[in-house]
Design a protein around this ligand. Structure first.
Ligand code: NDP
Ligand code: OXD
Length: 327
């Protein structure tokens, strides 16, 4: 994060409305109050649904959509994470600037998670966990990383960093994006390009945002297009992007019938994943509860407050997002 721009006494300071949705509000209140530089901090809806303030910004993580009815004239709205899908209703209000978190700390956390998932699958850890449970010593043939092909859907801030890291570890890496090309590894585009990528992928990693175009993109037919002649015991899937991109029943089916050999799943269309979901008890599935890349409060607040000060000085957001594009 660049240095916070100097506070100017003559600019009008905005109130800060923090709407942490399902998160514990206490640490967020404390983190914003510590950095608010005299601005008033309100936690929504705990401090009241409505606000008497001439000017305010909203910092939201999956806040209930009615916040934008109760507080319908914000100077800006910030996502307290990388994803902005929870703010998509604001696409109809293009006059409201929208910001998100783009931060090396969050990116590195995602690199760690995706690297862990790729190694877990590549080094056949599920097999050894099963063998350990049975008290069995059963070595299996281990491929080199350079023989394993990883395909990344979405090569933005997170997908690019993950791809470069995996490439450095020796894996063959390629990606798929809307228009990005120059990321340091081969990137495919469009429907045809997606087919080409899948045909040369052993481990598929989803890091796409949830948009109208990506919703339900990853289904049984797509899994069926993954390469079946690779060095793993069958193609595998990692989802750290959004659950909405996946057709849940198709994922269950593909993992059950061997179309997929295994999966590491961090995100689901319904979170928490319901207790009776069959994925919980599948031996070839590892589930984590949407923790791939947590937002660190200090980092998030610093980045948002930097953009609040810019806005108060009449400058555009440094971490702005065009919601009409959807991500
Ligand atoms: P970015 O916006 O930087 O990158 C998005 C990527 O997806 C870009 O490469 C973009 O293409 C590509 N893309 C978007 N739409 C399409 C499409 N229709 N077809 C093909 N490619 C598409 O996002 P980030 O990398 O920062 O984050 C990705 C997602 O990860 C977030 O939106 C969020 O959902 C998820 N996330 C999950 C976390 C977790 O803990 N599990 C934590 C943080 C984020 P192009 O480059 O051409 O624009
Ligand atoms: C994010 C997330 O988008 O945690 O930051 O999912």
């Amino acid at each position: 994060m660049s240095a916070v721009i100097a506070e100017e006494s003559h600019v009008n300071k905005f109130d800060i409305v923090v709407a942490p949705g399902p998160w514990d509000p206490a640490p967020w209140r404390a983190a914003f109050e510590a950095k608010a530089g005299g601005r008033r901090v309100h936690v929504w809806p705990h401090d009241g649904e409505h606000l008497h303030a001439p000017a305010y910004v909203i910092c939201s993580w999956k806040a209930e959509p009615r916040i934008f009815e109760a507080l319908n004239n914000p100077e800006a709205v910030f996502s307290m994470g990388a994803g902005v899908d929870h703010l998509l209703p604001l696409a109809e209000r293009p006059e409201i600037p929208v910001g998100r978190i783009r931060d090396p700390d969050l990116t590195m956390r995602m690199v760690e998670y995706v690297t862990f998932a790729a190694l877990y699958l590549h080094r056949q850890i599920p097999h050894y966990q099963r063998e350990q449970a049975a008290g069995q010593w059963t070595p299996v043939v281990q491929a080199a990383a350079s023989d394993v092909r990883i395909g990344i859907l979405g090569v933005g801030v997170l997908g690019k960093a993950c791809g470069l890291h995996l490439q450095q570890m020796g894996f063959q890496v390629a990606g798929w994006a809307r228009s990005s090309t120059d990321v340091g590894f081969n990137v495919f585009h469009g429907k045809e390009g997606l087919g080409e990528l899948l045909a040369q992928t052993d481990i598929l990693i989803n890091l796409l945002p949830n948009t109208q175009e990506t919703h339900g993109l990853i289904g049984y037919a797509l899994f069926g297009k993954l390469s079946r002649i690779g060095k793993l015991s069958g193609p595998a899937f990692v989802n750290a992007g959004r659950g909405e991109a996946v057709v849940h029943a198709d994922l269950q089916r593909a993992l059950k019938d061997g179309t997929l050999s295994g999966a590491v799943l961090d995100v689901f269309a319904q979170e928490p994943l319901p207790a009776d979901d069959p994925l919980w008890s599948m031996g070839n599935v590892l589930i984590t509860p949407h923790v791939a890349a947590d937002s660190d409060a200090a980092v998030v607040v610093d980045q948002i407050m930097h953009d609040v000060q810019r806005l108060e000085s009449g400058l555009p957001l440094e971490q702005g997002v065009d919601l009409r594009r959807g991500y």
